[in-house]
Design a protein around this ligand. Structure first.
Ligand code: ATP
Ligand code: MG
Length: 681
């Protein structure tokens, strides 16, 4: 049943707005996903649309499964909820004969060899790293709707650094595209699916008419991370119609590196000037302690996106303050956290309500080890899917076998329990990690069966098997009683009672390549941190380790995003450079803000630099930026120029010592910069 009282006034206004353009632009945990789910249910319930005319697009197939599930709990079935790619794949399979006749096509299962061959063809060594970089670049270009011919021109205008010379990337891209047309038909990559769907709808009126007859209402979640290519598909779906609801949070844009952009979200009310635009501020997910920290984190962001943020108001009752911890090394960090997880579980937090989130997948290893050692069951998100597990595959085939018997007296739940007993479904949890994990999976399967029967009381065995198959296909596993290990990117849109944000060190978060690339990418890393913080309902634990290995050199520094929010802990061996940047060189006191650190002094402590030198450096920077066709801050930030003016370095080594100046910059601008300074000596 749909109870619109489950929504607050603002959410309800968006959910019940008439069919037409609706945009919810709001922060984390404010109920965006909940509101669109209710909107779909409400429109259907009121008979304003029929379920099979709705297409809901979510960011992951798991989120799509979740949406279908929530809708089915409200008694709404038959809504298509899919990712852009999954939707496009189905549509293309259907329309292909109309646009391409009997020309066969299939999905490329591995782009690597194709790109590798293209690279070798023009004399680029096809090492794994090279090919991965080139592939990433080609994917970015396709998602950004940039053709091989346009690529070099676009790069000249962009702050993006291509992995090899732009012309070479373009040639590899061209050859890769050509290699997909073979004698046996066409090979399509994921982006081609989208391109072909858009192309078919744009160019074949018959296809467009049939499609638009079928789908009339569109809903997009996580719209801040839509790419120009996906937007083109969305436009093609819509034609000149406007029955579109989008929701997103520009401050959670974390996929820019793939070509995603929040601009479509931010410009929505300009595109549809009659759109209903709703902003939500009440955060129903987290305690005020968590939202306070989230607000502090995002308050430090800069730029157009940051300008759209709203202060989150935590609606949950007060909870514990966030915990900040520094550990000697990573294995200790992991071990201590496993211990804390054990006590959370002992105190009643279900394991499935606990997550450990990290920046890169490789960080999971040490935590997997520590959790396994502590006997804690966990699952790595993005790892092996539930229905792919050996015990679940075995259990489902057993159910299929049992279902063939004609003399089944019992209801599906009883049949399932009986069938799974010989496979290890004992009445109580067994000893031993392996047996326990198996048992947990089987229990999860029984719980899923119970849930399905609750939703459809007259479900029989064939119906049950079909429902299970649907679940397996949608990769939507029931919640296994295990702790989640996931990357921050994979954690988007999700929530847990307790969240451990781990490995918060410089060069991991922000990641080193973002630091090298400059402010833009560091801002995206900050948003990633914000996404992490806002996943927690109640308990939030933030940690980092000074050394990678036990007994290793404690040379790491805590993430800059912790500066000013966490108590400052100094590494045992303080590298000269970070030591210098942490104390004000005028008054000797500690420095908190990133800008102060770059400057090496408090902003309001008297500058040692000559204003004339600073101004001359700025006008030099303007020339350099114009010549390189990049914004000025990409060359050097104001704070860095000020630091240079104050330090007056006399050679490249001294220049390198100035905070904010790296080897790449010295290489590119060192000579010119020193020349400018020389004229003042
Ligand atoms: P994100 O930006 O992380 O995707 P979101 O805006 O989509 O977050 P939801 O996931 O929809 O937020 O909601 C966050 C949590 O708050 C969920 O547990 C949801 O059920 C709950 N919630 C949302 N609105 C309300 C409400 N009006 N009353 C009670 N709980 C609510
Ligand atoms: Mg959401």
């Amino acid at each position: 049943m749909i109870n619109l009282n489950d929504l607050d006034d603002d959410q309800r206004a968006a959910a019940t707005a008439p069919r037409g353009p609706v945009c919810i632009l709001a922060g984390a945990g404010t109920g965006k996903t909940r509101t669109i789910t209710y909107r779909i249910a409400h429109l259907i319930d009121r008979g304003l649309i029929s379920p099979n005319r709705v297409l809901a697009v979510t960011f992951t197939s798991r989120a799509a499964g979740e949406m279908r599930h929530r809708l089915s709990l409200m008694g709404v079935g038959g809504v298509q909820a899919r990712t852009f790619h999954a939707a496009a794949r189905r549509q293309l399979a259907y329309f292909w004969p109309q646009v391409a006749g009997d020309l066969p096509w299939k999905l490329v299962d591995n782009k690597f060899p194709l790109v590798g061959r293209a690279a070798r063809g023009i004399g680029i060594e096809s090492s794994k790293e090279n090919v991965r970089d080139l592939l990433g670049e080609i994917e970015w270009a396709k998602a950004s709707l940039i053709s091989p011919d346009e690529y070099p021109g676009r790069m000249a205008l962009s702050a993006r650094t291509p992995p090899v010379a732009a012309e070479k990337v373009a040639e590899v891209y061209r050859r890769y595209e050509a290699a997909k047309t073979t004698q046996d038909g066409m090979l399509l990559d994921f982006d081609d699916l989208l391109l072909h769907v858009a192309g078919a709808l744009e160019k074949a009126p018959g296809v467009a008419e049939e499609f638009r007859e079928q789908y009339r209402t569109f809903v997009v979640d996580e719209y801040q991370d839509v790419t120009p290519l996906q937007q083109r598909v969305l436009n093609a779906w819509l034609g000149d119609r406007d029955d579109l609801t989008v929701v997103g949070d520009a401050n959670q844009t974390i996929y820019s590196f793939t070509g995603a952009t929040p601009n479509f979200l931010l410009d929505f009310s300009r595109t549809y000037d009659h759109a209903v635009v709703t902003k939500l501020q009440r955060d129903y997910r987290s305690t005020p302690q968590v939202t306070d920290l989230a607000n502090t984190v995002i308050a430090q962001a800069a730029g157009r996106v940051a300008g759209t943020r709203l202060e989150l108001q935590g609606m949950r009752p007060a909870g514990p303050p966030p915990v900040f911890e520094t550990y000697d090394d990573e294995p200790t960090e992991a071990r201590e956290i496993a211990g804390k997880i054990l006590s959370l579980i002992d105190n009643g937090t279900p394991a499935s309500e606990i997550a450990v989130l990290y920046r890169i997948n490789a960080q999971s290893q040490v935590f997997e080890q520590a959790l396994a050692d502590a006997g804690i069951i966990y699952q790595v998100r993005g790892g092996e899917g539930f229905f792919n597990r050996a015990e679940i595959r075995q259990a489902v085939s057993e159910l299929v076998r049992v279902a063939q018997r004609t003399d089944l007296p019992d209801a599906p739940v009883a049949v399932t329990k009986a069938a799974l007993a010989p496979l290890g479904l004992t009445p109580t949890e067994p000893e031993g990690a392996q047996a326990r994990e198996r048992w947990q999976s089987l229990v999860a399967l029984v719980e899923l069966v119970e849930e399905l029967v609750r939703a459809t009381p007259d479900l029989d065995m064939p119906g049950l098997l079909q429902a299970l198959k649907q679940r397996a296909d949608s990769k939507h596993p029931p919640t296994v009683e295990g702790v989640t290990l996931a990357s921050l990117h994979a954690a988007k849109g999700l929530e847990w009672d307790a969240v451990f944000l781990v490995g918060l060190v410089e060069n991991t978060l922000p990641i080193s390549h973002a630091i090298k690339a400059g402010d833009h990418q560091v801002e995206e890393e900050r948003r990633l941190f914000y996404v992490g913080v806002t996943r927690a309902r109640q308990y939030l634990h933030l940690s980092w380790a000074m050394a990678r290995q036990e007994g290793g050199r404690k040379s790491r520094s805590q993430s800059r995003f912790l500066d000013g929010i966490a108590p400052v802990q100094k590494p045992e061996v303080i590298p000269a450079r970070s030591a210098r940047s942490r104390r004000c060189r005028v008054c000797g006191q500690g420095l908190a803000t990133p800008a102060d650190k770059v400057l090496g002094r408090h902003e309001d402590c008297p500058a040692g630099a000559d204003a004339e030198i600073f101004e001359t450096l700025r006008s030099w920077r303007a020339d350099a930026a114009r010549e390189a066709k990049v914004p000025a801050y990409i060359v050097f930030s104001d704070a860095t120029l000020m630091a240079v003016a104050e330090a007056m370095p006399s050679d490249e080594a001294e220049l390198l010592d100035v905070s904010g100046v790296g080897p790449v910059k010295v290489d590119r601008y060192g000579e010119q910069l020193l020349g400018v300074l020389d004229s003042f000596r």
